[in-house]
Design a protein around this ligand. Structure first.
Ligand code: FES
Length: 162
């Protein structure tokens, strides 16, 4: 879990947008870009700085689907399960990713915060079905085998990096 021990980075984000309540979405957006999720620890801090209640910040953070209050992995897989992808067998891809990473519908992120596996309803690229994204990068015509290869490649890169 990402603990925030000092709020200098938050101060920078707030300074960039201006410490006003109307900038809360932009500030949450940059917070998420920084930490890969919106840590609840920033709510009281933002509340004090922007003069809005933590309840209001919470409602904004939970209203927008793009904000996550849970930590996410360095690599985020989104598996499209819209109609076009579903009929072209997106579920076996999802199952393969979950199995290889020890994840499930309830547990979406690995404990080492390396991988997250999520589903989405349509990525808007139905002609390329089945489609997945890996950190916003689109992978078309996926198969369970290709998904396994992707994971193996990422793990290998991580090993070389460490
Ligand atoms: S249904 Fe998967 S991209 Fe549209």
């Amino acid at each position: 879990m990402h603990e925030i021990s000092d709020f200098r980075e938050m101060d920078e984000i707030i300074a960039r947008h201006g410490a006003e309540a109307r900038n809360i979405i932009a500030i949450l957006h940059d917070t998420q870009a920084k930490y890969r999720y919106v840590p609840r620890a920033v709510f009281p801090y933002l509340s004090k700085k922007l003069g809005i209640s933590t309840a209001k910040i919470y409602s904004v953070a939970t209203f927008y689907e793009n904000f996550s209050l849970e930590p996410k992995g360095k690599y985020v897989f989104k598996i499209c399960d819209g109609t076009a992808c579903h009929v072209r067998k997106s579920i076996p891809i999802l199952e393969r990713l979950r199995k290889e990473l020890g994840l499930s519908a309830e547990k979406k992120t690995t404990d080492d915060l390396m991988f997250t596996v999520e589903t989405v309803s349509c990525l808007g690229a139905c002609g390329l079905a089945p489609v997945i994204t890996l950190n916003e990068q689109v992978h078309a015509a996926m198969t369970p085998e290709k998904a396994s290869q992707l994971i193996a490649k990422l793990k290998e890169e991580e090993e070389h990096a460490s």
